[in-house]
Design a protein around this ligand. Structure first.
Ligand code: ADP
Ligand code: MG
Length: 252
């Protein structure tokens, strides 16, 4: 059988905040085309790990390799340009712009190499990117929301818009930090369906998630973090049946 292609390799990463060992000896390999979930109790180090991957935090030691390129030491925008897009636990959006314009901005920033404020002046002239943004919004089920102010969206719609802002970048790797946090059950299920649809297109995803229903609906592989260490790693069935995981996280 052909060797799986490892898109992302987190190699021997440690992160200390003063005396706190927030990440210890993390080794994580994400295979191309898979959805890899990172789960664990609050304070386990999940967001810290994501921030190390995207360059927001420097590891104390170790490195992150993406598609053969060492990410460690690069800035977040450089890492983004290599093909990694992320959806944050708290969405970062332009509240006083329309939904359509919010989705156009990452595509413009990608085309021009960086985000610049004066991009916002000429948005209506960007017809190609406008059409693509409309297509992405249709994809995430938000055709009816294109002209709404982003700040007026419900929490679930904001997350969907943010997903469109990622998809328009055509990333090789999509990172999601609790994409259903704060959503109703209905919005959660819609988001799961949407992420399953993306999965069918073969996009590689790393998803940090607290909600077991979401994890078991989407993940091909799960790594369990507890107190900064990976305590289990494997298929959803392996992880579900692992006594250490049940003790640390699932509550027995
Ligand atoms: P999770 O996302 O799994 O809930 P975090 O990665 O946010 O956990 O946090 C892991 C640990 O690191 C927690 O104890 C948290 O308080 C601590 N921590 C996170 N960020 C910082 C920081 N910037 N400075 C100091 N401690 C931090
Ligand atoms: Mg977190």
């Amino acid at each position: 059988m052909a060797q799986p292609n490892i898109v992302l390799h987190v190699a021997d990463v440690h992160k200390r905040f003063g005396g706190l060992h927030a990440l210890a000896d993390i080794d994580l390999q994400v295979e191309e085309g898979t959805t890899h979930a990172i789960i664990g109790p609050n304070g386990a180090g999940k967001s810290t790990l994501l921030n190390v991957i995207i360059g927001k935090l420097a590891p104390t030691s170790g490195q992150v390799v993406f598609d053969g390129a060492v990410l460690t030491g690069r800035k977040p925008y450089q890492i983004n340009q290599l093909g990694i897009a992320r959806v944050f636990q708290t969405p970062e959006i332009f509240g006083d712009l329309s939904v359509l314009h919010n989705v156009m901005i990452p595509a413009l920033a990608k085309r021009d190499g960086a985000f610049r404020l004066n991009m916002l002046k000429n948005l209506n002239a960007e017809t190609t990117i406008r059409d693509e943004a409309l297509h992405m919004l249709e994809d995430v089920g938000m055709s009816g929301h294109v002209d709404m102010l982003a700040s007026s969206l419900s929490r679930g719609d904001k997350r969907r818009m943010e997903l469109a802002m990622c998809l328009i970048q055509h990333p090789r790797l999509l990172l999601l930090d609790e994409p259903t946090a704060g959503m109703s059950r209905h919005d959660t299920n819609t988001t799961i369906e949407l992420l399953q649809k993306i999965k069918q297109r073969g996009m590689t995803k790393v998803i940090i998630e607290h909600d077991m229903h979401v994890v078991f609906s989407l993940a091909d592989k799960i790594s369990v973090l507890a107190q900064g260490r990976i305590i289990a790693d494997g298929s959803p069935d392996d992880v579900r049946g692992n006594p250490a995981v049940q003790e640390a996280y699932l509550g027995g």
